[in-house]
Design a protein around this ligand. Sequence first.
Ligand code: SAM
Length: 182
Amino acid sequence: MVREVIRPGDRVVDATCGNGHDSEFLAAKVGPEGHVWSLDVQDAAVQATRMRLSTAGLAVQSTVVQADHASLATVVPAAWKGTVSAVLFNLGYLPGADRGIRTRPGSTIAALGDALDLLRQDGMVSVVVYPGHEGGADESHAVRGYVSALDPKQFGVWRYESMNGPPTVPWLAIIRRSRHHP
Ligand code: SAM
C-alpha cells in the first residue's frame, strides 16, 4: 500500500527507524530527488539506520536523527507540513535491544497527530501495532481509540487485524488524508 503512494522525489518520514529496514525501503522509493527523515529515540537505532542507508548508497536522500517522535513537528523541516506522502510507524521495541525502550501511548498519539499534519492530500500514515508485549495492549487501545475518532471527512481509516485470533496478534492501521478536505 505504501509503495503505491510514494513517487520518486517525494518527502517521507520513518517515525521509528530501528534497524533501518523501513528507511531503506522509503529512501529507495523516493530516489535521489526525494528525501526521508528517520527518527528513533536510541543511538543504536540511529547508527544502525545510518549504516544501512550508507551501505545501500542511499545516504544522500536521507537524514537520520536521534529524537522522540512526539517532537516530530519540530524535528522535520517546517516547510514539509502538508507535503509528505507517507509516514511509517512500526511501534514497540528494537529487536535484540532493551525492551524497556519502546513506544508509549502518550508519545505515539502525539506523534500521530503531527504525522497527519505533515501529510499531503492522499498521503498515508501506516502504523504497525504490537499488543502482545509489555505495555503493548495499552498502546494498542490508545491507537484504536485515536483512529476511530478521526474526522471521516478528512481521513480514511483502514484497520487490518485478525477477526478471530488472540488479542496479542499485531495489527495495522492505514490513515489516508482525503483528496477533497485539505
Ligand atoms: N522500523 C524499524 C525497522 O525497519 O527496522 C523497526 C522499528 S522497532 C519495531 C521500534 C523502534 O521504535 C525502536 O527502535 C525504538 O527505539 C523506537 N522508539 C521507541 N520509542 C520511540 C519514540 N518515542 N520516538 C521514536 N522512536 C521510538
